[in-house]
Design a protein around this ligand. Structure first.
Ligand code: HEC
Ligand code: HEC
Ligand code: HEC
Length: 284
């Protein structure tokens, strides 16, 4: 009798929890996060992007195995299958927690079929193995790239006293001050704010080379400089319409383009990295 009560109580708790989760599923999302051991295979903990390069090898080897099985070229097929098996098993060497995501049997079957020169069987096993790739990717690919490959601005300082995000605040205030002063006819303040913005953009540009060493991103670029000049002219003698157009163009070129890449991705990454406390979860 007591057991029955216990079980009924368990069922009720389960239903309540399920109900709560269901009710709030539009407000909270559950995301599977990749094992932390992965960090070892990415910069900066590693000199190279080892994990990613293993993945590129796997894709190439999958393509080669399929190609040579179709061509019925046993020698090359076997060579590539051997490498494929090696790099597939390396996944679990690198991240032991992902051992269970591998279909070792399928890999063994593929190797066996290849040794037997059973081309049609190789193609069938190849397809099955691809599903194992896809299933891990569905869960983890995007989130891993976001976690380990998104450029991180948390350590970037403009000066030892001025953080990156505080500098962003300065920039946006200057942009708005130009707009406010131009609209209210305070030409000299609009122009001095523009000069200030110009200087602060040059300062910001010095941080780009930290990461953009090879693909240099001059900031401000030539088009941005032209737009800054054009805005200066329209603030001095142009119409409100011209001023608005130049300022809008500048904001797109000098702010929105970079935000489209860096702010969105970094913002999502920051969110992921934030530890969610149990009370936060309950509150949701
Ligand atoms: C246990 C999980 C797992 C398995 C199994 C797996 N992968 Fe991946 N793969 C990942 C993760 C995580 C990423 C994301 C890495 C990144 O973007 O930094 C990835 C990324 C990739 C990429 C890079 C995609 C791109 O263009 O950026 C390729 C190619 C790839 N995997 C191929 C394969 C192939 C082929 C297989 C099967 C033979 C496979 N993977 C099996 C986890 C896995
Ligand atoms: C923390 C390193 C880092 C810093 C600092 C950085 N970037 Fe990037 N940026 C990258 C990486 C890496 C990429 C490649 C795309 C990716 O992985 O998101 C990129 C891509 C971009 C892109 C989009 C792709 C392209 O080549 O057009 C733009 C635009 C860009 N960066 C502009 C800038 C500007 C402007 C600055 C300085 C104000 C800057 N970045 C500072 C790392 C950085
Ligand atoms: C590297 C390319 C890059 C360029 C160029 C850039 N930003 Fe940003 N901006 C960022 C990133 C990254 C963040 C997020 C920083 C963070 O959350 O720590 C950000 C955040 C901001 C914020 C939010 C600050 C806050 O308090 O959360 C504002 C406002 C802003 N930028 C304004 C501007 C303006 C105005 C310009 C153009 C004059 C500009 N940004 C140019 C990358 C850039």
């Amino acid at each position: 009798m007591r057991w029955r009560h216990f079980i009924i109580l368990q069922v009720i708790i389960l239903l309540v929890v399920a109900g709560l989760v269901y009710k709030h599923q539009d407000k909270a999302k559950l995301i599977k996060t990749p094992p932390v051991e992965l960090a070892k295979w990415y910069k900066p903990e590693n000199k190279r992007q080892v994990w990613l390069h293993n993945m590129f090898k796997l894709r190439r080897e999958m393509q080669a195995v399929e190609f040579y099985a179709q061509q019925q070229d046993a020698e090359h097929m076997q060579m590539w299958t051997k490498q494929l098996a090696e790099h597939y098993l390396k996944i679990a060497d690198m991240v032991p927690a992902w051992q269970k995501k591998l279909t070792i049997n399928t890999m063994e079957d593929l190797k066996f079929a290849s040794e037997q020169q059973d081309f049609s069987s190789v193609l069938i096993k190849h397809k099955a193995l691809q599903q194992s790739c896809d299933s891990c990717h569905d869960d983890y690919q995007a989130i891993t790239a976001l976690t380990y490959r998104t450029p991180d601005f948390s350590n970037i300082q403009i000066t030892p006293e001025l953080s990156f995000v505080d500098h962003m605040d300065t920039l946006t205030r200057q942009v708005n001050q130009i707009k406010i002063s131009a609209q209210d006819g305070n030409k000299s303040l609009a122009l001095s704010s523009l000069a200030g913005l110009n200087d602060e953009m040059i300062t910001l540009g010095e941080t780009c080379v930290d990461c953009h060493k090879k693909d240099r991103k001059p900031y401000p670029s030539e088009v941005m400089k032209q737009t800054l000049n054009s805005l200066k002219t329209s603030l001095e003698s142009g119409t409100a319409k011209q001023q608005g157009r130049d300022l809008g163009t500048l904001a797109v070129l000098a702010c929105a383009r970079c935000h489209g890449t860096h702010r969105i991705a970094y913002g999502a990454k920051k969110h992921l990295a934030k530890d969610v406390s149990f009370s936060d979860l309950i509150k949701h």
